[in-house]
Design a protein around this ligand. Sequence first.
Ligand SMILES: [Zn+2]
Ligand SMILES: [Zn+2]
Length: 447
Amino acid sequence: MQSTTWKFYAGTNTIGGNIIGVEYGSYRLIFDMGRVFRGDVPSFDERLRPRSALDLMAVGLAPDIAGIFQGDDRAVSMQTAIAISHCHLDHTGLLPYIRTDLPIFTSTGTHRMLQVLDAVADGPRSPLSYRAVEPEAWVHFGPFDLQFIPVDHGTPGASAIFIKTPDARLIYTGDLRLHGLHRDETERFVTIAKAFRPDVLFIEGTRSSDLGDPSENVSEHDVVRGVLEQTLHAPAGVYFNVYERHPERLHAFRRAASAANRELLLDAVTAYMYHHFEGVSDFAVWAEEEAQLPQALSRWLHDTGIKRVHTADIRGLEHLYAAQIPYNKLHYLIDIQPAQDGRYLHSDGTPLGPYDPAWMNMLRWLDYFGLEFVAMGSSGHATRSDLVNILEAIEPRVCMPIHSLQPWRIGSPQVPRIMPCISHVYSLADVANATVPTASDFNLTVL
Ligand SMILES: [Zn+2]
Ligand SMILES: [Zn+2]
């Protein structure tokens, strides 16, 4: 007799890169399709590039899943579809290598983001067979019904994925939070998830090592207030970095610039994404390096006539601007020669933290040019205590924590749990036998 099974191909104890396959009969649905940095295997970079997914597979950077990657000629009898929760690289990084005939289900918001990223040369580009699905609409693939329910994660289209098979109900949270500007979306997800009565909840656990007081968590509202405060009281230059896949964050800088009578000055890629997702165009764009922009960007700048500003234009006039300078454009500071008492608001652009070698270099650049570093970010991930509340509210038959360095820290003594193992084939029999974790199971191990 046919029944639902599922297994983890990758990412059971990393932040992102989680790849789960659900099978029923001769059909399989696989989600997500990302990559994460790993320090324990040879890797590729800007100079040393993989020729295909086979190279990634050979060194352990892509899981060995027959029949889904371009260049893999192994015959498989399974009908396969991919589903993607949101457009962060730890969930989409393997898409450029996926066979172009496989259906790829995403929310309409994620699909739009992937297309805009393609236009600015930062997307998967390969002509993939996307199936964009409206929020909360059910779509079908063989024996699977699936649905994308929006969650707040700080990027357009972020969704949880609900899956129904003839005998099982599964929910994958994707990445989510409760301290963003759209807390109501995540709360609505929780309500719908509870009513769904899932057998299994695959829940993210990025902030598993949280120890502190949840009230110290920096919310998106705190960032909005902080950016305004910093910009209003800056005596000289205000510079910042942001993550271009979170265009809504730019509103905080736009409002602050306006309140402080400064002009918002953006990098071309960020400006393009802000315009396309938030419909805003009352800003200026750096005029440097215009000749190297992707065609869609040059055309857009030309068609809209958006004001261009050269680095030389703002030297001595820094008090008139709030200007984005991404890490790869820090050399603009050489032209600007910032005056004393300038500041650099670090707002979740790369480098993200000290684990990135570029982090120390960024600090050296800021120090050299006398700019004060000001942390101005808000995590896209729920606090550990919010995750526990979400889990207890949904009450799945079991939870399986993923997307976490210490997944055993995610859970509740009220909810049976199965700790996922790579390649193990799970079934509803495992759900029936699952037990609740005890308090000692949540111990923090210092890595
Ligand atoms: Zn993630
Ligand atoms: Zn994410």
